[in-house]
Each structure stands twice: as structure tokens, then as C-alpha cells.
Write a protein that binds this ligand. Structure first.
Ligand code: ATP
Ligand code: MG
Length: 1023
């Protein structure tokens, strides 16, 4: 869609500023080229030129609106939406008031343009349900006001016959939140009279064509305009472009939207009906020519609808009430006068109702919120018009256009050029026609046409329209823009009637017929009629007439003067706002689509001053801004000026411009302002600013977030420190308590230690308990493991000496118990033997201790190793024990290995199969051993006969085992003697021998020089 649109717009030049040459021909040719392709909009800078296409173009839909929303003005093809959008966004960013001046002659498309703008705002502005109603009211005010204020003229089928200035109020968010309408001079004369080819206001036709049967009936109306003389004068009631029936429905619907309820709208339509009935009142005349009204049905309907007395009404329409010396005299009207009074009433009623309607609409659109708002004003006023016969209304309308042209000149051409001069910008002045001279001609105090007209109206005596003309001629005689029949040259005179005057308006010549000027300017209504209206039951009529000229005594201002002052006020309103311009051009007089009437358009281009505007634009600058303001807005775009520029604003702006890459011809530095030649330069800057704004916002956001986070962090840190401090404090307190406790404990411990020897008192009780406990704990791990271990017992502290001893005993007893429990009967028997051994040798023989650990065996020689003969010989005595021994000869002490066998009754010394000696236990009188570590045993045997061999000397490695067994078997416990030094023994024949024991390094046994057997035993190892 956009692509197609752009392509379409490549026709001609979109902005006249870019035209190669600034001739009228080039201008028109471009306009025509574009018009032929249905491109009706073209720019001159930011001014929009619009040519009426007289056909519906597909460029006013929501899709199109969306394309233009928020887009830079020059980025898209020219469109009225672009201008509306630009004004809106400028208003939002600069937060100031704007107005859009829509100008052009009647039928050029002003009203259509204003509607398009309103529709655009209705769609593009943000909306809420509440705002939607405001929006609907604004939109819907149009059909109502058009129905009551527009009419078909020769120039335009929907010609605005009133001036309208509408403020759309926006809040700071850009929402349309309210509206206000100012209305200007309604062409009331149309109510009672229409020129040929024209119609009355649309509402009349809408009511009689579209009104519901019962409504018409209620109001005494008949369907069809042809029944009403106020509707038929122009003889063109039906118009192909107008559908009154449909429009009736729209108006009724719109009335609801703008809060006019059914009763009120019935009153409203009642007034339309009253006017129609009034128009149908025809007067008869008596023979004196006085107007008569007899039993007139229309009159009754009027009185009926007004709710006033019919007779009083009739009187008011046919007689004038004159106050004469406190009496009231009724003076009858002539027929003409009666018609005049009737028409005056109809006009007044309609005119007042129109004002009431505007007020009503304003009430419903009013924004009651007092917050600051900005506005965009839309000015849509009746356009310049020239008819065959032009009257007071055209005079006012054209004067109004003259004023607007003056405003345009002031704001653009004049002000612009004056500004360049004031700012010292090099400038080649552009000549233009200043229509101030015409404005002055019309409005100047005392000498202007309006003043003269007012004078004539107020002058006592026979002032008539013609006397007014005469006065004009007198006063304006030489004015270059004023001509009358009398003043004109021959040629011109032919084109003028005697009752005409001609003004050379900025837009062309207009000849005005003075007939009716005085009456229309006076706009008088007799008091008795006014008073009667104040009594009306129709609320609207009553309200309107009651509020009309509240000051009864003063003569009301004339219509022209009122109009003049309202235009002055309008100019003030507009001057306080930023202006946007739409110049509407009429493409042809016959309202035909596709027709480009070059002469007509050339004429409009000329009088609208478009060429001059173009020239000023081309050589001038599209944009200017005070240095301070420019800097304030765009300073973020240059590092040197951001965030603060402390120097002269002009220097800052210069720096900024250079930084932005403005070329020298693109801008100029004035005295107080910067001037930028092309809008595109500004738009590029604005784009950069938009981008930068986001970046700045991000930066600010980041900074702020950083600041916040820092703050947060600081807070957290402070909190952490606080917690830490508290925690440390708590810890320290705990630590201190612990130390205090420790000190106490240690002190107690030390005291306890120091008094450990004393009886248990409070000071040492804990220490002692500790000592006890620790001793017992240690003791538990260090108990002796065997019964034999007598050394391991831990030495107890003093307080536990006794307990320790008891424990020790207990422990040993326990071990013994355990040991004993674990002993087998064999072992027991052996131990009993060992006990026996111990009782004999313990502490007596040195080798004893070593022997304790060596267990006793049952025997040391198995029966297999004993000779069978020996066994045979001693079998009857039972062998109890046998052991290998060394037997020493009695004489030579030679050692002989032998076996010693113990039987039940005797001990045998065996050499292999021989029993070498048999020692009966009964004959064994003693046994001697040394106290040393040797194994020598001497059996002392009783020698009763010579066969006996005598004592036996043997050496046995198992001495204790042998002797213990022997003692048990032979029951000879007391026979053993442990001897020190030497043992004597007997050999046969009563001889004695001896064995001497001594200790030495090596164990030895030898025969000593003294004939004794010498036994050297090693020293016992100390245990
Ligand atoms: N943009 C447009 N597209 C289509 N038709 C248009 C456009 N503008 C105007 N017209 C046609 O021209 C007619 C006259 O336009 P409009 O009523 O806006 O004129 P005007 O300038 O307000 O005249 P006046 O001064 O008499 O009120 C419209 O009724 C419509 O038919
Ligand atoms: Mg209009």
C-alpha cells in the first residue's frame, strides 16, 4: 500500500519549495499534473495546498491514518493527515497551543478538510471509554451544526453559512479530552429568503422530507418542501448530492450523542416548524393598506407551538406598540412592514436557536477537569464568495476572509520578513500584496464602511440604504479599492447599478447591492414580539429570547459591529497560537470531478498569495528557534553542550550545529535565533534527538539503577556490619563468659591441685573428682593383662591409694578367677605340681624362676623309647615318669647318659636293656640339689648291704619336673634339700665323696683336683 502510494506520488513535485522555477506557470503545471492523478495535496514547506477533487478518493481510511501516525512530515507523500499529525506532535513536545487555518473560497473544501482532521484525531489519539464519548460528541457535533448552519448555495451544495472555530483540548498525554466551539455570524437572511438556485438551511428540508409522520402531524406540518414558501424561493429544493431523508436520521442520532434529549429535540424541531409556519403566514390588507391577519391557520400553529396567545401574536405581527405618555398606542403595520416583522421574527428565532445549539454542544463537550491542557484550534469559516447579487451577508463573509488573509499575511509573509530583518539575516525582500488597506477600508473606526453603516443605522431621520451609499461615496470617494456607479469610469459604470458599491477585495472584485444593508445591520425586533417570545412554552425559545440583549435600555450593537469585534477577538485567539495552514483551492465552478479550471485556479493561487509564500519559503528558512530554546532541546546531541552549556547560548548553538554537521547554507545565526533553511535538516536533528532521548533515558535509568543499587548495597553493607558487630559482640561476650568460666575452672583446678592432699572440701572436691575420674580412665586403658604382670599397675593419686589397692586386688582376683576358670583339669594337676615345686624351690634354687614358665610333661621318654626288656622287668610296678639323665660315675665322675624311670615303688637308672640301679623309695633317704642354676641331683640312698651301689649323682635338664614328680610318686616332700657350696654323698663301703658347686661364665662339670666333682653353674639372670 505504502509503496503504491509513494509511487503514485512521484508525479510532479511534492513540495513546491523544490520546484526548479518559481513561476506561476510551473506552479500550476505541477498542481495540474498531480491533480490529474488524484494527488490533491501538495506542500509549500509546511503549508498544505489542497485542490477540491469533487470525488471520493480512497485516501481517507484507517489504514492511511495509521501510515501517517507519528511519522515525520516530509517522509511520506503530502496529506492532510501529515499536517494534522505534525501539529499534534509539535503540540505534545512543545506543550503549546496550535491552530489550523483552513482557508479558500466557498466550495474549496474547507469544511471537508476540517472534518478529515477531526476524524484523524478521533482515530490517532489515545482513547478510553470516557474519551470516546468526548470524541463522539466532537464528531457528531458536525452533522448537527451542518444541518442548522449549512445550506446549498450556487457555489457549494454544503456551504457553511456560519463561521466555526473549534478548539480540541488535549491533556498532557495527548488524549482528546474536550472541545469548544465559537460560532460566527450565521447568515440568517437565508431563513426567509434564498436566491435562485439556493436553498434554505438543510434542517428545514430534512424535517419536512425525513420527519416521522406523527412528528409532522404534531407540529402541523405537511410532508414536502413545496408547501412552504421559505423553502421554495430558490426553486432548487432537490439536489442530487443531498439526501435529506438520510441526513435527517443522522441528525437525530447525532442529537442524542450530544446529550439533547427527546423533549428538547422536539422543542428544537418545533422551532423549525414555527419558522416554516411563519413563512406561510400571508397578510391581507385593508383599504388603508394595513396588514390584516384573520383566522389564519398558520398563525394558530405558530401560537400553538410557541405556547403563546394567538391574539397577542397576531397583534404583535400586525401592530406596533408605541409608548406615548404612559399610554400604549397600537400603530398598524403596512403589508410590507408586517412581512418584514414576520421575517425578522423567523430570523431572530432561528439565529438564536443556532447559538443555543452551539452552547448546548459546548456544554456536552466541555471538559470540567481543571488541569492544564493544550489545544489545537480548527478554523473553518465561510469562504470568500461572489454571487450575481451580493448583499450584507456577502459583505460580512468577504470581510471575514479579508481579515483571515490579513492574519495569514501577518503571520507568514510580513512577520517572517520582519523577523529576518530584526534578526539581521541577509534577506532580499519578497513583494506581496498586503490587504490591510481593504481591511481598513471596511473596519476603520469612524471612516470605515462599517462605521458609516452604523452611523446611518443610528442616525435619526430618513436614513435608507441609498443614503448610506451616498455617505459611502462621500467618504471613500478616492479609495483605490472602492467604486460605485457614480465614482466609476465609463467602462466600469456599465457593470454597476446605481444602488451598488464595489469593493476590490484581495480575492477579486465584488459588487454589493446596498438594499437591506441598514435593516440587516440593525436586525431589529419589536419589543412586544420579544416579550411575547419570553412567555413561550417552548423552553428553547423562552431561554433564547430571555437572554437576548439583557440591557434593555441600551441599543444593541449593530450586526456588523458585533461581527467586527468577534473577528477581532478571533484574531487575538489565533495570534496567541502556533499556526498551520491549509489553503483550499476550488478546481472548477461546476463541482465536477477531474476538471482543472486553470484560470480559476490561477486566480486563487494569486489572491491567496501562494506564489509569494513560496518565494519567502524558498529563500527563507523553514524553522527558527531562540538560541536558548534550541539549545535546551538539542543539547544532548553534542558532548560540548551536554549536560550544561555555561557560555553564550549562541556559541553553544553554533557548536551544536557544527557537531550535527549542518552545512553553512543550511542555517543562519540571527541575533537571538537560529534559522534552519530546510525542514529535512530539522527532521534529521529531531530524529537524532529522539534516538538520543532513548539513549539518555537508558543512561539515566542505568545511573539511577546504579544509584539505587549502590544505596541498596550501602544499606546492606551497613546492615552486614551491624550484624557483624552484634555477632562479634555476642561472640566476644560468649568468649568472655567462657574465659571467665575457664578461669574459674582453672582456679578451682589449681586450688584443687594445691589442696589435693587435704580432705575433700568444696575447693578440691571437683579437682579430686577429676583426678579420680582421669585416674580411673587411664587405669582402664592400662590394666595389667596377665596375672603375672605385677608392674603395670598405675600408681594412684594420693586420694585413690586405698581404692587403687582394692581395685588392684579385685583386678588380680578377677584375672585369677578368669584364669582359673579357663584352666583344664590336666593343667590344674600340673599347676598343683608347680605349686609343690614352688613350695620347695622358690627362693632357694637359682634356676627355679626360669622353670616356672616351662610346663611339666607327663613323661619325657615315650614307652617306645624304653627298652622292651626293661619294660618287661618293671611292668608290674607301673611306669609313672621317665626322663633322660646324665649319670656321673662314683669314682671317676664320668658322665653316662641313662634313662631314669620312676615307677610306683622305685626309681630305675636304665642303660638300654639293663637296669643299672634300682632305688626303692623306701631306701631314698634324701635328695640334694644345689642352690645354683645347675641340674645336678644327688639321691641319698640307704646302704644296708654291700650290693647297694650307694648315692646316685645325676644331672637332669628337667630337674624341677623330675623332683616334683618323684616327691608326689614317692611321697618324699621333705626329703629334698637345697644346699649351698658342697654336697657330700656316700658311695659303697662307707666312703664319701663330694660335689662342689660354684658359679662361672660357662657351665662345666669336671673332676676337681680335690677329687670332688666340680660343677660350675652360670649365674642366674636377674629378673
Ligand atoms: N477532499 C475532498 N474529497 C472529495 N470531495 C471533496 C473534498 N473536499 C471537498 N469536496 C467536495 O466539495 C464540496 C464542498 O466542500 P466544502 O463544503 O468543504 O467547502 P467549503 O470550503 O467549506 O465551502 P464553504 O465556504 O461554502 O463552506 C463538498 O461537499 C464535497 O463534495
Ligand atoms: Mg464550509
Amino acid at each position: 500500500m505504502e509503496g503504491a502510494l509513494t509511487a503514485r506520488d512521484r508525479v510532479g513535485i511534492q513540495d513546491f519549495v523544490l520546484l526548479d522555477e518559481t513561476t506561476e506557470t510551473a506552479f500550476l503545471s505541477n498542481l495540474k499534473k498531480r491533480f490529474c492523478k488524484d494527488l490533491i495535496y501538495t506542500y509549500i514547506g509546511t503549508l498544505l495546498v489542497s485542490v477540491n477533487p469533487y470525488k471520493q478518493l480512497d485516501i481517507y481510511n484507517k489504514k492511511q491514518m495509521a501510515i501517517y501516525m507519528g511519522v515525520n512530515f516530509f517522509e511520506l507523500p503530502p496529506h492532510i493527515y501529515a499536517l494534522a499529525d505534525n501539529a499534534y506532535h509539535t503540540m505534545l513536545t512543545e506543550f503549546n497551543n496550535h491552530f489550523i487555518l483552513i482557508s479558500g473560497e466557498s466550495g474549496a473544501g474547507k469544511t471537508e478538510a476540517s472534518k478529515k482532521i477531526l476524524q484523524y484525531y478521533a482515530v490517532s489519539c489515545p482513547s478510553t471509554t470516557l474519551l470516546n464519548t468526548v470524541r463522539d460528541k466532537m464528531l457528531m457535533s458536525n452533522p448537527v451544526l451542518e444541518a442548522f448552519g449549512n445550506a446549498k448555495t450556487l457555489k457549494n451544495d454544503n456551504s457553511s453559512r456560519f463561521g466555526k472555530y473549534m478548539d480540541i483540548q488535549f491533556d498532557s498525554q495527548g488524549d482528546a479530552v474536550g472541545g469548544h466551539i465559537l460560532n460566527y455570524l450565521l447568515e440568517k437572511s437565508r431563513v426567509v429568503h434564498q436566491n435562485h438556485g439556493e436553498r434554505n438551511f438543510h434542517i428545514f428540508y430534512q424535517l419536512v422530507e425525513g420527519g416521522e409522520d406523527n412528528l409532522l402531524q404534531q407540529m402541523g406540518l405537511e410532508r414536502g418542501y413545496q408547501h412552504y414558501s421559505y423553502l421554495t424561493q430558490g426553486q432548487c429544493a432537490t439536489v442530487s448530492s443531498i439526501n435529506d431523508k438520510n441526513d435527517w436520521k443522522s441528525v437525530k442520532n447525532a442529537l442524542q450523542v450530544i446529550d439533547i434529549d427527546e423533549i428538547t429535540s422536539n422543542h428544537l424541531f418545533g422551532i423549525i416548524a414555527i419558522v416554516l409556519h411563519l413563512g406561510n403566514i400571508h397578510f391581507d390588507s385593508d383599504n388603508k393598506g394595513h396588514a390584516l391577519l384573520n383566522n389564519n391557520a398558520e398563525l394558530h400553529w405558530v401560537s400553538n407551538l410557541l405556547g403563546v396567545d394567538a391574539y397577542t401574536l397576531q397583534e404583535g405581527l400586525t401592530f406596533k406598540k408605541i409608548d406615548a405618555h404612559k399610554d400604549q398606542v397600537l400603530s398598524p403595520f403596512t403589508l410590507d412592514h408586517a412581512v418584514y416583522v414576520r421575517d425578522a421574527l423567523a430570523k431572530a428565532m432561528y439565529g438564536q436557536t443556532f447559538t443555543w445549539l452551539v452552547n448546548k454542544i459546548n456544554d456536552s463537550m466541555e471538559n470540567k477537569d481543571s488541569s492544564r491542557k493544550t489545544v489545537i484550534g480548527l478554523l473553518d469559516i465561510y469562504g470568500f464568495e461572489v454571487f450575481y447579487v451580493n448583499s450584507f451577508e456577502q459583505f460580512c463573509i468577504n470581510y471575514c476572509n479579508e481579515k483571515l488573509q490579513q492574519l495569514f499575511i501577518q503571520l507568514t509573509l510580513q512577520a517572517e520578513q520582519e523577523e529576518y530583518e530584526a534578526e539581521n539575516i541577509e534577506w532580499e525582500p519578497v513583494q506581496f500584496f498586503n490587504n490591510k488597506i481593504i481591511c481598513d477600508l471596511v473596519e476603520e473606526r469612524h471612516t470605515g464602511i462599517i462605521s458609516i453603516l452604523d452611523e446611518e443605522c443610528l442616525r435619526p431621520g430618513d436614513a435608507t440604504d441609498l443614503t448610506f451609499l451616498e455617505r459611502l461615496q462621500e467618504k471613500m470617494g478616492s479609495h483605490p479599492h472602492f467604486v460605485t456607479h457614480k465614482l466609476a469610469d465609463k467602462m466600469t459604470r456599465k457593470t454597476l447599478e446605481r444602488g451598488d458599491f464595489r469593493l476590490l477585495h484581495y480575492a477579486g472584485e465584488v459588487t454589493y447591492c446596498v438594499v437591506g444593508f441598514l435593516d440587516k445591520n440593525n436586525d431589529l425586533l419589536y419589543r412586544n414580539i420579544k416579550d411575547l417570545m419570553c412567555q413561550s412554552k417552548n423552553a428553547i425559545v423562552k431561554e433564547c429570547f430571555s437572554t437576548m440583549d439583557p440591557d434593555n435600555r441600551r441599543r444593541p450593537e449593530t450586526v456588523a459591529t458585533q461581527f467586527k469585534s468577534s473577528l477581532l477577538k478571533l484574531t487575538e485567539i489565533l495570534m496567541a497560537k502556533e499556526a498551520w495552514y491549509i489553503r483550499c483551492l476550488k478546481s472548477n465552478e461546476s463541482k465536477q470531478p477531474g476538471q482543472f479550471d486553470e484560470a480559476l485556479i490561477r486566480h486563487q493561487v494569486k489572491y491567496l498569495g501562494l506564489m509569494e509564500h513560496l518565494r519567502v519559503r524558498r529563500t527563507g528558512f523553514a524553522y527558527r528557534r531562540k538560541y536558548e530554546d534550541f539549545l535546551k532541546r538539542y543539547k544532548p546531541l553534542c558532548p560540548a553542550t551536554w549536560p550544561h552549556w555555561r557560555g553564550d547560548p549562541a556559541d553553544g548553538v553554533e557548536l551544536l550545529a557544527q557537531h550535527l554537521g549542518y552545512l553553512p547554507f543550511e542555517y543562519k545565526m540571527g541575533r537571538t535565533k537560529i534559522f534552519i533553511r530546510h525542514p529535512r535538516t530539522l527532521y534529521a536533528t529531531e530524529d537524532a534527538y529522539e534516538k538520543c532521548k532513548h539513549e539518555l533515558a537508558t543512561k539515566l535509568q542505568a545511573k539511577y539503577k546504579g544509584y539505587r543499587t549502590k544505596g541498596e548495597f550501602k544499606k546492606q553493607k551497613e546492615a552486614a556490619t551491624k550484624i557483624e558487630t552484634c555477632w562479634r559482640g555476642a561472640q566476644a561476650r560468649k568468649e568472655r563468659e567462657k574465659r571467665e568460666w575457664a578461669v574459674k575452672v582453672i582456679r578451682k583446678f589449681i586450688k584443687g591441685y594445691m589442696t589435693r592432699g587435704q580432705a575433700k572440701v568444696t575447693d578440691n572436691s571437683e579437682y579430686l573428682a577429676f583426678v579420680k575420674q582421669s585416674y580411673l580412665n587411664r587405669l582402664k586403658d592400662n590394666l595389667p593383662k596377665t596375672v603375672l604382670d605385677k608392674t603395670t599397675w598405675l600408681s594412684p593419686p594420693a586420694v585413690l591409694t586405698e581404692a587403687s589397692e582394692i581395685l588392684r586386688k579385685l583386678h588380680y582376683r578377677l584375672m585369677v578367677r578368669k584364669y582359673v576358670k579357663g584352666i583344664t583339669p590336666q593343667k590344674k594337676a600340673q599347676l598343683q605340681l608347680k605349686v609343690l615345686t614352688s613350695s620347695i624351690f622358690k627362693g632357694k634354687k637359682d634356676s627355679y624362676p626360669q622353670s616356672v614358665a616351662q610346663p611339666f610333661m607327663d613323661t619325657r621318654i615315650s614307652e617306645n623309647d624304653i627298652n622292651a626288656r626293661v619294660i618287661q622287668m618293671i611292668r608290674h610296678e607301673h611306669i609313672k615318669y621317665s626322663v633322660p639323665i646324665i649319670k656321673y660315675d662314683r669314682n671317676g665322675f664320668k658322665p653316662r647318659p641313662r634313662q631314669l624311670i620312676l615307677t610306683q615303688t622305685a626309681a630305675y637308672v636304665i642303660e638300654k636293656a639293663k637296669i643299672k640301679q634300682r632305688v626303692l623309695y623306701t631306701a631314698l633317704k634324701g635328695i640334694s640339689v644345689s642352690n645354683l642354676t645347675d641340674g645336678m641331683i644327688i639321691f641319698h640312698v640307704t646302704c644296708e648291704d654291700s650290693k647297694q651301689k650307694g648315692d646316685v649323682v645325676i644331672q637332669c635338664d628337667h630337674l624341677f619336673e623330675l623332683l616334683t614328680k618323684l616327691m608326689v610318686i614317692a611321697n618324699k616332700q621333705n626329703a629334698i634339700q637345697v644346699v649351698q657350696g658342697s654336697i657330700k654323698f656316700e658311695i659303697p663301703a662307707g666312703r664319701e665323696r663330694a660335689v662342689d658347686f660354684s658359679t662361672g661364665q660357662e657351665p662345666m662339670v669336671y673332676k676337681g683336683n680335690n677329687g670332688h666333682l666340680m660343677v660350675v653353674a652360670t649365674r642366674a639372670r636377674a629378673r
